[in-house]
Ligand binder design. Structure first.
Ligand code: FAD
Length: 481
């Protein structure tokens, strides 16, 4: 056992004295410090000098901010979470698709995705949509998004996301054992159905290539798919086949987020709601404070987990985080309006959307719209989701007027892989860019982030998620708008 691993085990134990001792010892174990040459680690550790716990301030109380805060607290930090909303999880983490899907580790910039995007301009019914109005704000990000669709980068991105997704599942199991949080978890997997034989062939090959990395799946001809999920009987003749992904799970992300925040609060994390951070104050190479209204909030470490707004915040200190909002919609039929007996979540590959049974409710989620930070609920997009539901479950009578519509902004990075860890500013960290996988990756990302802030080695490599992977990360400062 290396000193690093021994220290890690001691640090995870709850005895604060043991933790301090372990930290001092850990300082010596340079073999496990990936970043030992960086300014972050040249910065003398205040905790070992003063024997006082370090403080961390997390901006954002969505899934990612709350998971970060929970694990930072577990690592011994004094933690404050700041959010502009009145409660946790009220933005993108609110009514998402509810799927935890290692099976969807692939980023959206698939090789050749530019054709799909160009075809979408002006169309209301396409799953991926580019609004002309959003183009100027997307210029550089858009070019990098397409550049990152090169096959080799794309393959590496899938591997990184899959590793984090599977790690996240193990973190989630431990977290559930520790906290007993109830969030409507279901582990029946998901069923991806294909109407086109070429897409089905490609998906089988893609799944087979990931089996070695831990993806569990089973290919089903259409008759077996219908046996597996009888609700698909009416569209059996339209199906080319299906894949059952046994690694996938479902759960109510909002319920989890709110319950974990509650638990973190009981563990001593302070939450300050209704507080919008307008500026990060930079002095030399450190953040001195964050400004909320007229107040300056001071901490030893700062974590930006503000979802698709993270980029704007980082701009105030001259950092260029290549993450853009991509809008998605969901509709939810509550228990009284859900006549379906769907057993397992269905992902329709051609229609690019998911239909998910969730604690007696039914949620349909999908669509990707490049439209800036616009949160207008467009009737045509909601009609699309209702239409999709009819095309997958034609015999089930859903009343569209009972559908509860919602939209949110996925924080999408240029390579489709989240950004977790240190920034070029010594005491500033980020945890964002999770795109369509924020619920899938939340627990693992929270733990990785906390380990990086606490300088503890992690069970999976953190290099693929580094901010430093983006060549140009510094730009001029801008005001937060
Ligand atoms: C339609 C749709 C379906 C989806 N389905 C799935 C799915 O099935 N599975 C999956 O894994 N993922 C899914 N996702 C993605 C997932 O929901 C997101 O990746 C995840 O919610 C992002 O979490 P977050 O904490 O980064 O952001 P958010 O939840 O948006 O949290 C950011 C927080 O930061 C706060 N904030 C922002 N700016 C400031 C500021 N200046 N000051 C103070 N606070 C600030 C906000 O108020 C917010 O609470 C879906 C997304 C959408 C839109």
């Amino acid at each position: 056992m290396t000193i690093g691993v021994a220290c890690q085990r001691m640090l995870i134990r709850s005895d604060p004295l043991l933790r301090l001792e372990a930290r001092a010892l850990f300082e010596c174990a340079s073999d496990v410090f990936r970043h030992s040459e960086k300014s972050l680690f040249n910065d003398r550790d205040q905790m070992s000098k003063t024997r006082k716990p370090l403080s961390a301030l997390v901006i954002g109380s969505g899934l990612i901010g709350v998971a970060s805060a929970y694990f930072l607290r577990k690592r011994g930090f004094t933690v404050t979470v700041v959010d502009r909303q009145a409660a946790p999880g009220l933005e993108t983490s609110f009514a998402n698709g509810s799927l935890q899907t290692p099976s969807m580790a692939e980023p959206w910039n698939t090789p050749g995705c530019w054709r799909t995007l160009l075809r979408s301009i002006g169309r209301q019914d396409s799953a991926m949509q580019l609004r002309l109005r959003a183009l100027p704000g997307l210029a550089r990000w858009g070019i990098d998004f397409l550049r990152n669709s090169a096959p080799e980068i794309y393959r590496n991105s899938i591997q990184s996301n899959l590793r984090l997704a599977l790690f996240s599942q193990s973190v989630m199991s431990e977290l559930q054992r520790d906290t007993r949080i109830e969030y409507g978890r279901s582990a029946v997997g998901s069923l991806r159905v294909f109407r086109d034989s070429e897409s089905f062939r490609r998906a089988r090959a893609a799944a087979a290539s990931l089996a070695g990395a831990g993806l569990r799946f089973r290919v089903l001809p259409s008759e077996k798919a219908v046996e597996f999920e009888p609700a698909l009987q009416p569209i059996r003749s339209e199906l080319a086949g299906a894949i059952h992904y046994g690694s996938d799970e479902t759960g109510n992300a909002y319920k989890f987020c709110a319950s974990l925040a509650d638990r973190a609060m009981k563990d001593g994390v302070e939450f300050r709601f209704g507080s919008t951070v307008s500026v990060l104050e930079l002095s030399a190479d450190r953040i001195e404070a964050v400004v909320v209204g007229g107040e300056r909030l001071i901490a030893d470490r700062y974590v930006v987990a503000a979802g698709s707004h993270s980029r704007r915040l980082l701009k105030t200190v001259g950092l260029d985080l290549p993450v853009q909002p991509v809008k998605g919609y969901s509709i939810t039929f509550d228990k009284s309006a859900n006549p379906s007996r769907l057993r397992i979540p269905i992902v329709d590959d051609d229609l690019h959307a998911a239909i998910v049974p969730l604690e007696g409710m039914m949620r349909v989620a999908g669509t990707a719209e490049f439209a800036g930070h616009d949160l207008t609920l467009r009737p045509a997009r909601i009609a699309n989701l209702n239409d999709l539901l009819r095309r997958v479950l034609p015999d089930t009578k859903f009343d569209p007027s009972k559908a509860i519509p919602w939209c949110g902004l996925r924080p999408v990075s240029v390579d489709g892989v989240p950004v977790i860890g240190p920034t070029p500013i010594s005491n500033l960290f980020v945890n964002t860019g999770h795109g369509h996988l924020g619920w899938t990756l939340a627990a693992g990302s929270g733990e990785l982030l906390a380990n990086l802030v606490a300088r503890i080695a992690s069970p999976i490599a953190t290099a693929p998620f580094e901010f430093a992977r983006f060549a140009a990360t510094r730009s001029t400062t801008a005001t937060y708008t």
